[in-house]
Design a protein around this ligand. Structure first.
Ligand code: NAI
Length: 462
């Protein structure tokens, strides 16, 4: 007799959501987590703490730049860094304790420690071997290393160290203009650091809509971030308090050096599967270390599943959550499903950036005839009132059928607005369906309707 119907390894958004769903479906469930608190990278050292710092630094930015224009006079607040970190830690604590409460409520056992899988149906934690009919690996990811760059999490840091710096640096170099680089780069820039982002490619945020990339870079430059594009970082040399970053420009191979108080390495993440014993068990992985799974998230070993950052696909908490719910349903004999065509991506800078579905580049590549409906937040009354009129909504729809194929937003609350389009896409809606839906005035979401109108007879306010 197995102790459990299912044991989940890892309690990040993939793992904990999966565990709760398994328990809700009547399965005897345990979740193994070696960290002192539940919630994985996302809650402890990722999404949640970075959003706390983004929020606090945005408030400061508003006070410094926009309060006076609204008739709010007085000195802008100064930064008490220790207190700001305290606020962030408090937010983390509330969230991780929340998961602990949900585990208790749903009767999910938390097995504390680091797991390995000695054989199918067995999970070893310390000296103890637990048995389970099904095992779901949700072990997540870790920052990828960069040759020549040694991370000490004090001067040369990953996103983890960047959330715990001793003080706000005067000069910060960020390696990589991806999501992490831009979010944390914005935080420190708003808090007063001089931030230079070094990016290998010629555009920021790889894979995103080209127009959004350009607009985003322009806005971030205006906010004070500096960019060195088309540059490959060769090495960092750090002392206890400073670092030198050497990079080569791709166009002429010339070598340059930048000084920094802190270097943030944000050049991607890779699956974290250390110590699980995948090789001995014979679980197939890709050359990039991703666990290979079938449509039902089962690996090549029966009864062993994998979800989230340790398998293929975008490394996003919500993608992992969806896979967690779907895998739970599979294990319970139901038919879990994830629509990989409708997974939103959000960058929580200010303004926010959000996207779902296809980009124009991808549609062109596929020879798919499409039309574009675009609307600037300059024509949105609410955005103007809130000093948030930078950016636009762009909807891509099939040229013949008008079915929505994708959307790209840069602007206020883009990360929330995008879900209207996600729901529309789930229902196979046309741009006209959106355009015919009454949108409350004055809201940012009117910009979505206007972009939808722009796919047809044209928007009203531009
Ligand atoms: P990323 O893959 O988004 O961006 C890495 C960037 O580094 C790329 O633009 C790449 O061209 C550049 N790069 C690589 N090697 C370089 C070199 N030697 N010199 C200069 N530039 C170099 O990776 P990032 O930002 O580290 O994020 C990791 C993962 O975490 C991503 O999959 C991301 O989706 C996820 N994440 C998502 C968040 C969100 O949804 N808001 C927030 C934070 C992370």
């Amino acid at each position: 007799m197995a102790n459990y119907d299912v044991i989940i390894i890892g309690s990040g958004p993939g793992g904990y959501v999966c565990a709760i769903r398994c328990a809700q479906l009547g399965l005897k469930t345990a979740c193994v987590e070696g960290r002192e608190t539940l919630g994985g990278t996302c809650l402890n050292v990722g999404c949640i703490p970075s959003k706390a710092l983004l929020h606090a630094s945005h408030m400061l930015h508003e006070a410094e730049h926009n309060f006076a224009s609204m008739g709010l006079k007085g000195k802008a607040p100064s930064v008490d860094w220790k207190a700001m970190l305290g606020y962030k830690d408090n937010v983390i604590g509330q969230n991780t304790k929340g998961i602990e409460f949900l585990f208790k409520k749903n009767k999910v056992d938390w097995i504390k420690g680091w797991a390995s899988i000695p054989a199918a149906g067995q999970v070893q934690v310390g000296a103890e071997v637990h048995t389970a009919k099904n095992i779901i690996i949700a072990s997540g990811s870790e920052s990828a290393s960069l040759p020549g760059v040694e991370v000490d999490e004090k001067v040369v840091v990953t996103s983890t160290g960047a959330l715990e710096l001793g003080k706000v640096p005067k000069k910060m170099v960020v390696i990589g203009a991806g999501v992490i680089g831009l979010e944390l780069g914005s935080v420190y820039s708003r808090l007063g650091a001089e931030v230079t982002v070094i990016e290998y490619l010629d555009a920021i945020t790889p894979g995103m809509d080209a127009e959004v990339q350009k607009t985003m870079q322009r806005i971030l430059k205006r906010q004070g971030l500096k960019f060195v594009m088309g540059a490959a970082v060769q090495k960092t040399e750090a002392t206890k308090t400073k670092a030198k970053v050497t990079y080569k420009l791709r166009k002429d191979d010339s070598e340059h050096v930048l000084d920094a108080d802190v270097v943030l390495v944000a050049t991607g993440r890779r699956p974290y599967t250390d110590g699980l014993g995948l090789e001995a068990l014979g679980i197939e992985t890709s050359p990039r270390g991703q666990i290979q799974v079938g449509d039902d998230w089962q690996t090549n070993i029966q009864g062993v599943y994998a979800i989230g950052d340790c398998i293929d696909g975008p490394m996003l908490a919500h993608k992992a959550e969806d896979e967690g719910m779907a895998a739970a349903e599979q294990v319970a004999g139901k038919h879990g499903h994830v629509n990989y065509g409708v997974i939103p991506g959000v960058i929580y800078t200010h303004p926010e950036v959000a996207n779902v579905g296809k980009t124009e580049d991808k549609l062109k590549e596929a020879g798919h005839a499409y039309k574009v409906g675009k609307f600037s937040f300059m024509g949105n009354g609410r955005a103007k009132a809130n000093f948030a009129a930078d950016g636009f909504v762009k909807i891509l729809a099939d040229k013949e059928t008008d079915r929505i194929l994708g959307a790209h937003i840069i602007g206020p609350a883009a990360g929330d607005l995008i879900h209207e389009i996600c729901v529309a896409m789930e229902f196979g809606a046309s741009a006209e369906d959106l355009a015919l839906t009454c949108h409350a005035h004055p809201t940012y979401s009117e910009a979505i309707r206007e972009a939808a109108l722009a796919c047809g007879d044209g928007p009203i306010h531009s």
